[in-house]
Design a binder for this molecule. Sequence first.
Ligand SMILES: *Cc1c(COP(=O)(O)O)cnc(C)c1O
Length: 429
Amino acid sequence: MSFIDDDSYLSQDISEADPAVARLLGAELDRQSDTLEMIASENFTSQAVLQAVGSVLTNKYAEGLPGKRYYGGCEVVDEVEQLAIDRALELFGADHVNVQPHSGSTANEAAYAATLAPGDRVLAMALSHGGHLSHGLKVNFSGKLYEFHHYGVRRSDQYIDMDQVREMARELRPALIVAGASAYPRIIDFPAFREIADEVGARFMVDMAHIAGLVAAGVHPTPVGIADIVTTTIHKTLGGPRAGMVMCNADLAAKVDKAVFPGLQGGPLMHVIAGKAVAFGQALTPEFRARQQAVVDNCAALADELMEGGLDLVSGGTDNHLVLVDLSATPLTGQEGEDRLDRAGITVNKNGVPFDERPPTVTSGLRIGTAALTTRGLREPEMREIAQVIVAALRPEATEADLEALRARSRAVGDRFPLYPRLHAGTAV
Ligand SMILES: *Cc1c(COP(=O)(O)O)cnc(C)c1O
């Protein structure tokens, strides 16, 4: 009998060990390939990142920080985490970073824990105007632990109302002011927030989850060096594995590290941290910077063509990777719009628009982003064609047959840009 037993529990390929899950992995690869992915918070990570995340590092416990662990055998993962840290600092230029948060929400939880006591007052953007649920939604940990108040955008032009931010800050004297959004198509004026925070003696935090890739590439102004603390996801425009991180000024470093571990988390996901190191390495290249510029250029072309087709956009356009289509003036709801685009082969999400009169389960808007398709290789001509498909699909008179024909058109656009051609068809690994 040989010591090498390919049929052993440890060596079995997923297609033999678990055909049901293997089939679903293949089905999801097909779905991602066969549709046009325009959810603004999504992206395609590189095969190199997929390999890191699917590696033996998932086996390792490494509570603590590089050189200061609570477990033996950490000499290799110490190097992995140090690489991720060094590259993150090179990419964004912060004093300090903790690369262990499992997600963007956890990164925010750590940032609040490092800067606030329970019950402290915080001023952040309203979810209904583009904010995030981890910025004080009542049913979220943030809204339960801290006293959040919310600013929004102006009715007139749908840009963030900095006068309202200043007034609310003066009145409420918050301990922390938060900037950052999940559905805001314009550049955020970080220096203006900083000035207000200084005036009222608040700390200033930026959650750049959506725009981190643009910031890394210099396509959106950076909050690093302006805010006291900056949180982000790694998987949105930044294009890395699904996870988060916290950057901060030197004076908050120890507090941030303690907030992450032992404050919130146990063992870090070392395989995901390896994926972060790979993604940061890729983000330091000129190719990445050019691609982020293309994300913004693509979005401008998409916006232009959507408006040309008669659709209203929140704030009348975009400066970043996303647009918000406002369907209030049409007979369609956001939910109906999402369903129609789904049938036309384009994946987006319904999204409230500022001052939306419909409930969050229905909404009057669609959030559409260009990060994923730009990573896949699509450029302005394709964006214009996709915008025409979107306009046609959202026409009130569009029939089921029309949507079917539009689906074929979407598929033809996508087929010109093969997704992960080296992955095994059928199992996606
Ligand atoms: C996506 C997002 C998050 C949360 O990220 P998760 O990884 O889903 O927890 C936090 N803040 C903002 C602004 C986001 O857009």
